[in-house]
Design a binder for this molecule. Structure first.
Ligand code: SAH
Ligand code: SF4
Ligand code: F3S
Length: 479
């Protein structure tokens, strides 16, 4: 089969951030009607890896596929379209994708009418894309994070031309409005406010895979929130690689604090956001979070390291002292604040003393939850070029030590919940015990309790009776 390259990725282009205005597009496709005929009565399978940005992209792709008449399936072997929506943030995220391709490729071998597509962040990396193309001739469509709005036309070409298609354009990115969406959930929703990232932390591939920071128009965001409110959604989470940067690329005069405030006034019961960079977290944002009851007092504030020198090498734009000052302002102004974080151990040449600074920072801040990672070199990023004199064994030992430190505070914090009653948004039947429901408190603690499935999607009062490191057990108050 011939390969047709519409666009191939290019890291130099992906790095480009010259100032140009964002292009706003509304969705359109040339082959919608023809593709509809091909889709009728057929099913699709999609598996998404990675962060909320990818999950939200999956919802858009599902919306597009379902608007064509495709029905969702969880069984790849009965599907006409198989899509793996990938993540490249660390090597182990990529490895999972290779494993799944290995399992699925036989389906396409047996049935050439299947479209086997790989999209998302992995294919944005030129060398990895080449490797995938060589290793897996069964994959017949590659498209990137900037091509989701082209899905109908790409599928049509893949179905009607005997070619293998590659459409991964390293560009700064547009904002596309009006694409259909099939949400994963009927009571909590993700709302994109800003795409891409311009921070270029030296270890991170995301700015290359997702393009430049570009904000949606304030009115488009609010329209989406209004619709979610009308549909009785109980929780929305504003999404961006860095939500604090919202609006800086537009001249509309709105910042992230305005987004939060306007949404809070609309009365959605729970408003969350992720992720906010500690660098440009404004006092105005803190004040708005403090002011509205329906903005959850819960901030994910990735610190990455407790050492100012490591932070400098990471290109994080704040020092340990800046971070601690920000935490203090947040805690002073927002009573009951719950803080979570991301930490990387084993950044190239991180010394034992620098690692200890991360431990002392963790002890000082006392996070209520944390995501911890061992540094993973990403080709094309500045940090990947550094010679690293720290062994993997050392990194691994530090990782375990860090988790132990974090858990001391997480457990202590969890114990404080016992005997008190909290509002819990019920998510579903517990994954570990089918007699129990599970849901999240306003502070984002996972709670398991006995109750009827009809409560799913509702906010109920639960009295906590028992605490574990990563979850709480409770009982429903008033039945
Ligand atoms: N935009 C978000 C998070 C993006 S990626 C933010 O800045 O907070 C999520 C987390 O993955 C990061 O916070 C970081 O802790 C981790 N991460 C990113 N690149 C990594 C790498 N090369 N190795 C290990 N962890 C990494
Ligand atoms: Fe990556 Fe840094 Fe951007 Fe987050 S802020 S996505 S860690 S470059
Ligand atoms: Fe992964 Fe891409 Fe998100 S690399 S973390 S899916 S932005």
């Amino acid at each position: 089969m011939k390969t047709k390259i519409i666009h191939a990725p290019d890291l130099a282009k992906a790095r480009n951030r010259t100032k140009e205005e964002t292009i706003f597009l509304s969705s359109s496709s040339k082959h919608f009607e023809e593709m509809k005929k091909l889709a009728t009565g057929k099913k699709y399978f999609i598996h998404t890896y990675g962060c909320q940005a990818n999950i939200r992209d999956e919802e858009t792709m599902r919306g597009v596929l379902e608007s064509l008449g495709y029905e969702r399936s969880f069984v790849p072997s009965e599907s006409d379209v198989i899509i793996l929506n990938t993540c490249a943030v660390r090597e182990n995220a990529e490895d999972k994708v290779y494993g799944e391709i290995g399992n699925l490729k036989k389906l396409r071998k047996q049935n050439k009418s299947i479209t086997f597509a790989i999209c998302g962040c992995v294919v944005e990396q030129p060398e990895i894309l080449d490797l995938l193309m060589t290793k897996f001739p069964e994959i017949n469509l590659f498209f990137g994070t900037h091509e989701i709005h082209l899905l109908v036309d790409l599928l049509y070409q893949a179905k009607t031309e005997d070619v293998r298609l590659v459409c991964v354009e390293s560009k700064k990115g547009e904002v596309v409005e009006g694409l259909p969406t099939s949400r994963n959930n009927s009571y909590k929703a993700f709302v994109n406010i800003i795409y891409g990232c311009d921070k270029f932390c030296t270890y991170c591939i995301v700015p290359y895979t997702r393009g430049k920071e570009r904000s949606r128009k304030f009115s488009d965001i609010m329209e989406e929130v209004r619709e979610l409110k009308k549909a009785n959604y109980q929780e929305i989470t504003f999404l961006g690689q860095n939500v604090n940067a919202y609006g800086k690329d537009l001249d509309e005069g709105h910042d992230f604090a305005d987004v939060l405030e306007e949404a809070a006034k609309m009365g959605i019961p729970r408003i969350r956001f992720t992720t906010s960079h500690p660098w440009d977290f404004s006092s105005k944002m803190i004040d708005v979070i403090a002011k509205y009851d329906n903005i959850m007092k819960c901030i994910h504030l990735p610190v990455q390291s407790g050492s100012s020198e490591v932070l400098r090498l990471m290109g994080r734009r704040y020092s340990r002292e800046d971070y601690l000052r920000l935490v203090k302002e947040m805690r002073d102004k927002i009573p009951g604040l719950s803080l979570s974080t991301d930490i990387i151990v084993g950044f190239p040449n991180e010394t034992e003393e620098q690692f200890d600074e991360t431990l002392t920072l963790v002890d000082e801040v006392k996070y209520e939850s944390a995501f911890t990672f061992i540094y993973s070199p990403r080709k094309g990023t500045p940090a990947a070029k550094l010679v690293d004199n720290i062994t993997y064994e050392t990194k691994s030992r530090r990782f375990k030590e860090l988790v132990k430190h974090l858990e001391v505070h997480i457990e202590k914090d969890a114990a404080k919940y016992i005997g008190n009653t909290y509002k819990v948004l019920v998510d579903g039947v517990s994954k570990t015990d089918s007699n129990m429901l599970s849901g999240y408190t306003e502070s984002n603690k996972l709670v398991h309790f006995k109750g009827d499935e009809s409560l799913v999607g509702k906010i109920v009062d639960v009295k906590i009776t028992e605490s574990h490191t990563y979850s709480l057990i409770g009982e429903l108050v008033n039945g």
